[in-house]
Design a protein around this ligand. Structure first.
Ligand code: PEP
Ligand code: MN
Length: 305
């Protein structure tokens, strides 16, 4: 597609119903010429001096408000019993966001791919049973409507951060969207991806720093704490730190969570499994229930009566 055709396509998008917004919001990107301005200036997700921060209320859980939010649960939903066991343990420490993968983005096509729509049913049942809020990943634009009919928050995974048709599709639902940073994406690319969701009509956008690829191999990825501080400073969006996919290990969960919150994160995402060695995905990074308890205590979440 030529550059001109791409801009015409963008005009069509912006003029379409539900895409209300100034074209300048997009066109300003990369064209900032005033000295001292950031390439993100002009984006609607960015914060202007007179503006406050977005607080997203999902069934009473306020993401971006003063108290940190916890998003916890297994990497993959493996059965209803497994999800219920983990969710019951988690819910002892607060009314949290329950995570669990139904459609899994696996590196190997031979690895467990998730239970799909059956897992969505388990997620909804368990979340409603325990009065939790649910989040799960959607990978395919054709599955957005299905996933949105079960989950309270839609997650865009790291591998799909720059899947623009998918970003537009989640933007037209009325569900909050959590946009993970691509593991090789710059902050600018990440923020522009959020702008795609916003231009499609998405109002409730959460950013998630989940670690980027660096030369370091002691951790699976490198949690970019400076990115947390920067997007908190420059955008109005709440930011969650995923301490599981960034570290790829469990032994530094507590200091990573503390570092993320100290840098301004509005909460943490963490994978929890009742028997991590037997997990069908990411078994090295999922906390067991005792480790989750220790994390909650370290973050001052007292067990509920
Ligand atoms: C996940 O949270 O289930 C996941 C696959 O994470 P990421 O997209 O960050 O790799
Ligand atoms: Mn995982």
């Amino acid at each position: 597609m030529s550059a001109l055709t791409a801009y015409q396509a963008l005009d069509t998008l912006i003029d379409a119903p539900g895409y209300a917004g100034s074209p300048l919001a997009i066109r300003g990107v990369g064209f900032a010429s005033r000295p001292g301005t950031s390439p993100m200036d002009g984006l609607r997700v960015c914060r202007h001096p007179h503006e406050g921060r977005n607080v997203i209320d999902v069934k009473g859980i306020r993401i971006g408000a003063a108290a940190p939010v916890v998003m916890a649960g297994p990497c993959s939903i493996e059965s209803q019993e497994q999800l219920l066991a983990v969710a019951t343990a988690i819910s002892q420490y607060g009314r949290f966001v329950l995570r669990g993968g139904a459609f899994k983005p696996r590196t190997s096509p031979y690895s467990f791919q998730g239970l799909g729509s059956q897992a969505l049913k388990y997620l909804k049942q368990v979340a409603e049973h325990l009065d939790l809020v649910s989040i799960t990943e959607v990978m395919d634009p054709r599955e957005v409507e299905l996933v949105a009919s079960y989950a309270d928050i839609l997650q865009i995974g790291s591998r799909n951060m720059a899947n623009y048709p998918l970003l537009r599709e989640v933007g037209v639902t009325n569900k909050p969207v959590m946009l993970k940073r691509g593991f090789a994406a710059t902050i600018d690319e990440w923020i522009n991806a959020a702008e795609y969701i916003l231009l499609a009509g998405g109002r409730d956008i959460i950013l998630c720093e989940r670690g980027i690829r660096t030369f370091e191999n002691a951790t699976r990825n490198t949690l970019d704490v400076s990115a947390i501080a920067l997007v908190k400073q420059d955008t109005r969006l709440p930011v969650i730190a995923d301490i599981s996919h960034s570290a790829g290990r469990t032994d530094i969960a507590i200091p990573l969570a503390r570092a993320a919150l100290a840098a301004g994160a509005d909460g943490v995402m963490v994978e929890v499994h009742q028997n991590p060695p037997a997990a069908l995905s990411d078994n090295e990074q999922q906390l067991d229930l005792d480790e989750f308890r220790d994390l909650m205590q370290a973050l001052d979440f007292a067990p509920r009566g």
